[in-house]
Design a protein around this ligand. Sequence first.
Ligand code: SF4
Length: 372
Amino acid sequence: MNSFQDIWKNIQWNEIANLIFKCNENDVKLVLSKKSFYLNDIIPILSKAAGLYLEKLSQIAQKLTQIRFGKTIRFFAPLYLSNFCANDCTYCGFSMKNKIRRKVLNSEEVLKECHELLKNNINHVLLVSGEHDKIAGINYFSKIILLIRKQFSSILMEVQPLSTQNYSVLKNLGLDGVVVYQETYDIESYKKNHIYGKKRDFFWRLNTPERIAQANIEKIGLGILVGLSDNWRVDCYFLACHISYLRKLYWKSNYSISILRLRPCLNGMQPYSIMTDRELLQIMCAFRIFFPEIEISLSTRESATFRDHVSPILANNISAGSKTNPGGYITSKTELEQFYPQDNRSPKEVSNALKKYGLSSVWKDWDYYLGR
Ligand code: SF4
């Protein structure tokens, strides 16, 4: 096998959909009685039948989370650098077809945004941009990382997929991690929702986590966007296969996952499938049980109630006070937003709420002077 692409080709979407659909309570109970698992044991836990065992799944997930990570949760926030995008995606406010005001932050604006984040105790930052190589490409990212490196405990980025060589450049400048969601592993749905631009290249994106790992980047974030395909359970199975593959080959990197549900945005499409709160918790439990060592992140896409109840069970990273527009922390304007967040509480408010559930907030866990 040369890449996950080869494995992907050998997994039949409809076959997995059928296997998941056929699972019953006995299949779920059998898996839950095991002491160790094969990867395909995750199939019953992704099924509808496992929804009846949510309490049990949550208990197991919480125990595993606390053994591995304690009762802590790390706070981070996105910093949107640019909303220029050369792609047309059906579900995103930054799509090139949308006639919105476009902006890319200059150095001075980035520093002001960082100042606001640090004022709110945010020491872990996720740099985000639309995908536009000419306006926000490798030179721009290099400049920004150099500019802010010393200010944060960690810097992750979620931008267009890059080459291994460019990831190496950014790693040497101090980049700690890269988040790249496949969105959906169903190539037909992928093409339907990525109408124009480089992002239409399904395999370039699918092979991105490997390029990141080959550049020895420490953290790699994967995930799916629920609502793009008509069967999110199958997407979750592919995600599990992807992580399993990467962990075997690139064991030096750490992995995190996010299961994102579509949020409304300017001219956004209607989801092809819906995942309820209970189902989202079930799926997150499945990943915790099968991959106890990977981190699970929760974004402000989810409601305050959901985040407060689910974080103590299994979340490792939580964003708070997020603005999804470039310059969002220093302006009150929202018309450039990528999507509309649900939980608009400040980091302090979220931290106070989680404290009631026994969680200690981790704001800063590293400093630049300690080296990397
Ligand atoms: S999802 Fe990403 S690539 Fe697609 S339009 Fe939005 S910012 Fe651009």
